[in-house]
Design a protein around this ligand. Structure first.
Ligand SMILES: CC(C)(COP(=O)(O)OP(=O)(O)OC[C@H]1O[C@@H](n2cnc3c(N)ncnc32)[C@H](O)[C@@H]1OP(=O)(O)O)[C@@H](O)C(=O)NCCC(=O)NCCS
Length: 177
């Protein structure tokens, strides 16, 4: 399997919309991720990702064997959080369970630490999102704590878990686990 992180192109809109329209993708994401998801939504996201990339944030398509299969981004914090970046990601269900996101998150974090002055990359999955928590743990993120009832999504409360990876913490040594 060939997994690459590529800069966004409008050519990715169709396969991205195809994957994103599956309700299992948006269920544990922020409400700003549309549902139902159309090709127009994908085009709007790609326009946004290109503009934000031009301003210095990290937005990449996850391309598996030549087909756009998902997204990964690290966005810089503001003010005193300017050296921290928030990690977000999703993958088309057709590709789940084969280590694609673990590879994508490792590559994205390595790129961000090598190419920017960000020293902390964090993610905050819903506590029930076991697959996402597992991805972060496999990538060497530390589980920092649980934020009870921090999320309200589609009429229900969820806990979220704060995970972080610190530059120079030896995550490279753990990448094979
Ligand atoms: C979360 C997500 C990105 C995982 O992508 P993926 O490519 O399937 O992840 P990987 O295959 O690299 O790793 C998933 C791990 O979780 C495990 N896993 C999956 N579902 C699980 C479950 N219900 N319970 C326990 N473990 C589970 C897998 O077995 C695998 O671990 P392993 O390698 O030790 O076997 C994907 O499911 C997704 O896009 N979900 C919807 C969007 C989302 O939730 N994004 C994250 C927001 S924080």
């Amino acid at each position: 399997m060939d997994i690459r992180l590529e800069k966004w192109s409008f050519a990715f809109a169709k396969p991205i919309a195809e994957g994103a329209k599956d309700a299992r993708v948006s269920r544990f994401l922020r409400d700003s991720f549309p549902y139902p998801y159309t090709e127009e939504d994908a085009l709007a996201f790609i326009r946004f990702a290109c503009a934000e990339s031009a301003r210095g944030d990290y937005y990449r398509a996850i391309v598996v064997d030549g087909t756009a299969a998902g997204a990964v981004a690290v966005t810089r914090g503001k003010d005193v959080f300017q050296k921290s970046g928030e990690l977000g990601y999703w993958l088309s269900p057709a590709y789940w369970g084969r280590g694609v996101m673990t590879a994508a998150v490792r590559a994205a974090c390595a790129d961000v630490f090598a190419g920017t002055d960000i020293v902390r990359i964090y993610a905050e999955p819903f506590a029930v999102n076991t697959a996402s928590c597992k991805v972060l743990e496999k990538c060497g993120f530390a589980r920092e704590g649980v934020k009870q009832k921090s999320v309200y999504k589609r009429g229900k409360f969820f806990d979220s878990v704060m995970y972080a990876l610190i530059k120079g913490s030896g995550y490279e040594d753990r990448s094979g686990q």
